[in-house]
Ligand binder design. Structure first.
Ligand SMILES: Nc1ncnc2c1ncn2[C@@H]1O[C@H](COP(=O)(O)OP(=O)(O)OP(=O)(O)O)[C@@H](O)[C@H]1O
Length: 440
């Protein structure tokens, strides 16, 4: 067959059929596609048309395979999307549970404190939690300032919003502004937009810890946020409204800092709408046994140990130490002891050396008048650290212990019996035997 010779009549018809099939395929119509395979097989079909049909047939097979793959992909995507939705719901539920747990954990009722000063603080915390007033919490390190800030947040109407804590003493001065107020996109090559901590706290509480360490220029800017309730990112000009409550804390005397010109007076007044001054632990030693109990429960549970008892001598160490690191130091000491002690009773030798030394020094003076709340006590350790020449008989030791406990309990026998872990009747019998002169 030459280039110009007419096609045989059959070839003419088959070419027409090819043309129609191609046209159909262009419009995604496949109903005549089967004919392609016939064309490849037909003995009547001229060879060029048969090989053209074969090429189209292969193309069709590929198309079918692609469609099949797409269907599979769609099916997989649908399954993944279903699994993601299930996970999303689970996460939401978990998140709700965790938030509920946080609310319970930071309820003022769960914060330990029986001393008058702490009861006053906890009472105030409960009363102001659900308001939006700014609060300034003062107190030495480890007294529980952040704990109170969280109690304020998780018991407020903002409890489902974020609690964002900033430690002002830990941020380098050059980074303060961008950390707090965020950065606008494109301020420098490759810089992406970043929300600052103030913006992130929207709908929740911003906790400015160690506010006394905030640089003066930032103090002016944070004051603006408090007054205008809006923020502008570094390098940006858009004013972004923020709805937040500010709780600040410091171990410094901010009044003195304002007098020394290191803290803005206007900011001090803005923050100090309500102030809560947390007392150091050494001024509320009646809280020590309760805190000890709380931390023993917690750490024994965490370390899978049965609840440890504490010897009277070890308890004396806890009561006489002056706790410069306050509650945090006490908790660390308990955690250390629970991890390291071998026996079921915490004894003096289990404690850190500085606690033991202080106790030894205090022993040369009289026992301070501190009242211990009931704890699982073990008295078998009395006089453990006494040098040999000071050893007394068992009876003598018992007599001294009763005398000291009565002294600590201000003469109240019911309380003394409780502190000794015996009944009032048991104490009466012991006093009759050991302290007949006192037993009237
Ligand atoms: N009254 C309390 N009851 C139970 N736990 C407490 C109490 N006070 C403090 N704690 C615990 O002591 C630790 C220290 O408390 P927190 O971090 O709140 O102190 P802080 O005053 O903010 O310390 P810093 O000034 O060093 O930041 C935390 O583990 C906290 O849970």
């Amino acid at each position: 067959m030459t280039e110009n010779s007419p096609l045989p009549p059959d070839a003419e018809r088959l070419l027409k059929l090819m043309e129609q099939i191609c046209h159909d395929l262009v419009w995604n119509r496949y109903d005549r596609a089967e004919a392609l395979f016939e064309l490849t097989r037909s003995t009547l079909c001229p060879e060029p048309i048969a090989s053209l049909a074969e090429s189209f047939g292969m193309m069709l097979v590929k198309l079918e395979a692609r469609d099949f793959q797409m269907e599979e992909m769609l099916k997989n995507l649908k399954e993944t999307s279903k699994a993601l939705e299930i996970s999303r719901r689970q996460l939401l539920k978990e998140n709700e549970g965790l938030k509920k747990g946080l609310m319970e954990r930071f309820s003022p009722k769960r914060i330990v404190g029986q001393s008058q000063a702490m009861r006053h603080i906890l009472d105030q915390t409960e009363r102001i939690a659900d308001t939006s007033v700014n609060v300034l919490i003062t107190g030495e390190t480890g007294t529980g300032k952040e704990l109170i800030a969280k109690a304020l947040h998780y018991n407020s109407i903002r409890k489902t919003g974020p609690f964002i804590a900033i430690n002002c003493s830990a941020i380098p001065e050059s980074l303060f502004e961008s950390e707090l107020f965020g950065i606008e996109k494109g301020i420098a090559t490759g810089v992406n937009m970043r929300k600052g901590l103030v913006e992130q706290a929207g709908g929740g509480t911003l906790f400015l810890d160690e506010i006394g360490d905030m640089p003066l220029n930032i103090q002016a800017k944070i004051l603006r946020v408090l007054e205008e309730r809006e923020v502008t990112r570094v390098g940006g000009s858009t004013v972004i409204p923020v709805d937040l409550r500010v709780v600040a804390a410091t171990h410094r005397d901010l009044k003195a800092e304002t007098k020394a010109g290191r803290f803005r007076e206007d900011l001090f007044f803005r923050l100090n709408v309500i102030s809560l001054a947390l007392p150091p632990l050494r001024e509320r030693s009646e809280d020590i046994p309760l805190l000890l109990q709380r931390f023993l429960d917690l750490h024994c549970r965490q370390m899978n140990r049965p609840l440890l008892k504490i010897s009277r001598e070890a308890m004396d160490c806890f009561l006489t130490h002056n706790w410069p690191g306050n509650v945090r130091e006490l908790e660390n000491e308990v955690e250390r002891v629970v991890a390291l002690s071998y026996s079921e009773t915490i004894r003096v030798e289990d404690l850190s050396s500085h606690l033991r030394q202080e106790k030894a020094a205090a022993e040369s003076n009289a026992l301070p008048e501190k009242k211990a709340a009931p704890l699982p006590m073990d008295d078998s350790e009395s006089n453990e650290n006494q040098p040999m020449e000071k050893l007394f008989t068992l009876e003598e030791n018992e007599r001294k212990l009763i005398e000291r406990t009565l002294e600590a309990a201000g003469g109240n026998r019911t309380q003394a019996a409780r502190m000794l872990g015996i009944s009032r009747e048991g104490l009466r019998k012991k006093m009759k035997k050991l302290l007949p002169e006192n037993n009237q």
